[in-house]
Design a protein around this ligand. Sequence first.
Ligand code: SF4
Ligand code: SF4
Length: 433
Amino acid sequence: MDRQRENLSELISDDLLTQCIHCGICLSVCPTYDITKLERSSPRGRIRLIKAFANNEISLGKLFEDEMSFCLGCRACETACPAGVQYENLHQKTKHILNKGRKFSVQKIALKYFLNKILTSSAKLKSFSRMLFYYQKSWLRKFLHSTSLLKNIFSKLFLMDELSPQISDVASDELIDEISLPENEQKYNVAFHVGCIMNVAFAEINIDTIEVLKKSGCKIYTPINQNCCGALHAHNGELNTAKGLAKSNIDLFEKFGYEYLISNSAGCGAFMKEYVELFNEDKRYTEKAEKFSSKVKDISEFITENDINLKYKRTDERVTYHDACHLVHGQGVFKQPREIINSLPGISYNELNDSTRCCGSAGIYNILRQEDSMLFLDQKMENIIDTNADIVLTGNPGCLLQLRYGVKKYNKNINIKHIVSFVNSTTKNEKKN
Ligand code: SF4
Ligand code: SF4
């Protein structure tokens, strides 16, 4: 316990611990406080708990651990906070300390193995996803689902199965050239981060991103042997692994000359923009990380903040937009996707009530805390249904999976799409014949 306290003091500076001025403004935006109305489930309450532990006033126990894992890591509190509290930074470091001294359950050992041994290697992730792919196509899955066997006896496993991404036939990095050329005149040099789960389970979205970039006049570098960005590791307290992955990405991408590093995954983009936070103690990488992060752009930022003139086709769809937490709260990207959607001719756009509130996906929160996650999903689905939209657009793979599950749960005929896929399907090819 004392060792954990020392570790916490080494990792978390007094400045970070004393930023909170206890104003309580964050309480109204915190989804977990909204549900419990307990101070300890609020950002302010959690900061107090961390501080009390650091100051030797309380010991680590079930309540402390539970409050840290109950937090979605959605960062809505950071957007609301007038004092600039770096809540995510504090929360990630606390989870890292908790992981070090904790007795693990079977579920947590499996998660640790997946994060540290599978997700860290593109080859291993591909082998793992191939197994999942064959299972998803197999008679076994059909049988388990048709008999409700899995659902009734192993309800948590059943939900995990339902929330798992459908593995793509081929990983996107096997379909995308290392260098892709623009359809017409070249205006920009960009690099593209394919992601880990995006690469094996959302290959079509990565292809759509490349298509949109080509239509936007980009020469695109998509280096082979890219690594996972490390966001999932950091969110689950595996900071050393996250740092290793960040280093390998920084070293790989610096070999290419580019102006922007494009991401289509909110969680990856937010984390890559903050790589420098990982290297406070490692001065060799501080400068490199700053340079790397300064070039990271979400695809919707890139489209709206540059001289991009996409030729849109008319589309008479009723659309709404769900803000992924790590796009709106992690990167401050709010107006850009709306600007894109509202520039589409014929579109009917309805703003989603509480659009910036977490859908409950939150990385792997929906696997680790299924019941809580479903409460947040239910709130989100009620708001989505109220918009009467046929299509919900968003910018993060986790939200796509969670909302697709929500649509199934509520038996609604609503299409959940990544905004870049929608943009690609509504733009004409630029190529001059
Ligand atoms: S990250 Fe989200 S859930 Fe956690 S304290 Fe902040 S607002 Fe609440
Ligand atoms: S808004 Fe910021 S300063 Fe105010 S209580 Fe919340 S975390 Fe503390």
